[in-house]
Design a protein around this ligand. Sequence first.
Ligand code: F6P
Length: 323
Amino acid sequence: IKRIAVFTSGGDAPGMNAALRAVVRTASSHDMHVYGIYRGYEGMIDGDLERLERGDVGNIIHRGGTILKTARSKRFMTPEGRRSAYESLLAFDIDACIAIGGNGTFTGASVFTEEYKIPFIGIPGTIDNDLFGTDLTIGFDTAVNTAIEAVDKIRDTADSHNRLFFVEVMGRNSGYIALNTAIGSGAGSALIPESDMSIEELIDTLKMGARRKKLFSVVIVAEGNKNGNASEIAQKVQQAFDFYDTKVTIIGHLQRGGSPTAIDRVLASRLGFAAVEGLVNGQANVAVGLVNGKVQYTPFEDAISKEKTLDNDLVRMAEILAQ
Ligand code: F6P
């Protein structure tokens, strides 16, 4: 393998730049030429590639976002789009690709590598932490830290006014961000997609708190939970139980930005390094991850189809600690 291409795709995640830096520098150490593709699969289709050398990825390890830009490509979902992408890779003599992204990115890579014989390695970059084959995805730790910082601030005002806050966090269909934010911020409850907690049960828990003279409360709402969005839930709760004045905060895209935490920088560096080393050692069409601290390669089909389950003990613990 002499020439590789690297790109970021899907929702950006803090630490993507650190992963890119590791890819470029590890590949350079193997005397490979690296091309950066701009805007993910969109740039692959348009032939928007540029040579990246060691110096081009200096001073980016601490930066959020992605210097390669990113996109969610509809065109890549079509056979014509993928054919154009293949032609671009041929035009630049690319022998292998490294894709930094989440589920959609790996799904695209899986389809593409069945049609065209160019090896791909995936690096899990998404704040959602919803990918099988790695304990942590790049960006998750930073997103949770951002959410916890926000909840710490909300606590101050919730406490001053005796209010009940519903704080909505991202995560798509996964409750990882919500559960970890709830545990780390000491929030009262978390409504997550993986649990069956109903509004009635939530109200009972809140009433119990009120009986114990709990004068304010914060409930973390995962965007993918089954009871509706934070505003809908807040309205239903307020109608049934007006002990507290309720407020809603949606943290939203704040969770996607910012300088990556130490955990994300180190994780991204390790995964970027392992992606290139994997290619050198013959790995193809797999996602690289860290499981129990060790590098692991998981076929794309498994990474995208197998469910990464939340630890039930952690859910139980969160409920007990919140009481
Ligand atoms: O996958 C990352 C994520 O931030 C999800 O948590 C969220 O549902 C989605 O992306 C939002 O996407 P967009 O930025 O395209 O609105």
